[in-house]
Design a protein around this ligand. Structure first.
Ligand SMILES: Cc1cc2nc3c(=O)[nH]c(=O)nc-3n(C[C@H](O)[C@H](O)[C@H](O)COP(=O)(O)OP(=O)(O)OC[C@H]3O[C@@H](n4cnc5c(N)ncnc54)[C@H](O)[C@@H]3O)c2cc1C
Length: 364
């Protein structure tokens, strides 16, 4: 460690608390990860900015932490300061304009909007984590992405040291990506969304939801349905349910060329027959054909619950795409399972899966 950081660097700041005992296992949904040099909680945007400035001025490594639901963090002592963004205020205008502090719990924002009859984010019900993280990987579920409704974000930009509202169009939002992800170039302090106000959902775009594609339904009914579907898949956090001790979908759905998609289908046809091959999920998207990572993982020989009850890390018993900690795992064990699955899918299909969560202090 070459910087001059000590926790005293942050003494006397308003709306800031610092401790040196909180670990990432205490705050991540995987319940894994070691101890940062300090865990700093900031309850106002001004506090976040001041803390980050002081850490940058002393060349101290830091990581913004929201709800910890998209993080895979190494075990042991970590050479970084964790900065938790905890400004939580939410305002809902009569015109459907919603502003949320980055530290607001995302599902509380959805619940409040749905309660007011605002439409547009009901399909994003039950996604864990903070409002401020939603643009970072352009969260999405059930046919909706935050980019559908995000108008702008208030950012603290490290390069300039300035805070400004930035239009969503500057974030290069794409499937599970924005130019904020993996870069640490800016901190999201607030987000702004434009929702509809007529009590109806956004037009439905996902087959598993009741109703026809394009139909708009009662926003409250859609939220309840989405939460029900997510619970069945272990995709709503529940401390008593190890299938939810995960980072959600561990791999993104791979986007491949048409030739690769055909090759994968042919290989399934040869091994498993026409029925399975003809049902292979494949969607045309910008840049190629999107395949289902879960479908490939299962067909590469990794069923739900893999590798079995004795293992401290397993695929969820409800969803092949979630890697879970059964209570006593280490991050290294989780990483090894992730690598085994990636290598298996490469050797069977020649397709390389890419992890969705952000890895800290360890390599995939
Ligand atoms: C059970 C489960 C289900 C999930 N389902 C979905 C789903 O359906 N769709 C989906 O897209 N994701 C899903 N996820 C992943 C995760 O919930 C989302 O990515 C979420 O937005 C992460 O929010 P967070 O606050 O927990 O971020 P964290 O895990 O705390 O951080 C993730 C990354 O974002 C950065 N970050 C966080 N806050 C800020 C900020 N204010 N400014 C700048 N950078 C920031 C962090 O530095 C880190 O790099 C799921 C996760 C779990 C555990």
């Amino acid at each position: 460690m070459t910087d001059s950081f000590t926790p005293q660097l942050l003494d006397g700041l308003d709306n800031v608390t610092v401790d040196t005992h909180t670990t990432f296992a205490d705050v991540t949904s995987l319940r894994l990860g070691g101890r940062p040099r300090a865990f700093v909680r900031c309850s106002t945007p001004e506090a976040v900015v001041e803390v980050v400035r002081r850490l940058d001025d002393t060349a101290t490594s830091w990581l913004i932490v929201g709800g910890g639901s998209n993080l895979v963090v190494a075990d042991g002592e970590l050479d970084l300061v964790a900065v938790a963004v905890e400004n939580k205020e939410v305002s809902l205008g009569d015109d459907g304009l919603v502003r949320a502090g980055a530290g607001a719990v995302w599902d509380d924002v959805v619940a409040a909007a749905v309660e007011r009859g605002f439409g547009g984010i009901e399909c994003l019900s039950g996604i864990p984590g903070s409002a401020g993280a939603t643009p970072v990987q352009n969260v999405g579920a059930y046919g909706t992405e935050i980019s559908d409704v995000l108008t702008r974000v208030r950012l603290y930009e490290r390069a300039t040291g300035e805070t400004r509202w930035v239009p969503a169009s500057e974030l290069e939002l794409a499937y599970r990506y924005s130019n904020l992800k993996f870069t640490g170039r800016a901190v999201v302090l607030e987000i702004e969304l434009q929702l509809t106000t007529d009590g109806l959902s956004a037009p439905l775009r996902f087959g598993q939801l009741a109703g026809k594609t394009g139909e708009r339904r009662d926003v409250r009914a859609v939220r309840e349905e989405v939460l029900g579907l997510r619970r069945k898949k272990g995709m709503v956090l529940d401390p008593a349910e190890h299938d939810t001790w995960s980072a959600g979908s561990f791999f993104t759905n791979p986007i491949v060329s048409a030739e690769v998609a055909d090759r994968v289908r042919d290989s399934v046809r040869a091994d498993r027959g026409d029925d399975d091959a003809d049902r292979m999920p494949a969607w045309e998207v910008a840049g190629g054909i999107k395949l289902s990572a879960a479908w490939l993982i299962e067909r590469a020989g990794f069923p739900r619950g893999y590798p079995g009850k004795r293992s401290p890390v397993r695929l969820s018993t409800k969803h092949t795409l979630a890697l879970t900690n059964r209570g006593s795992a280490t991050s290294e064990e989780l990483a090894n399972l992730a690598r085994t699955i990636r290598n298996g899918v490469v050797s069977v299909f020649g397709v390389e899966l890419v992890p969705e969560p952000v890895w800290i202090g360890m390599e995939f």
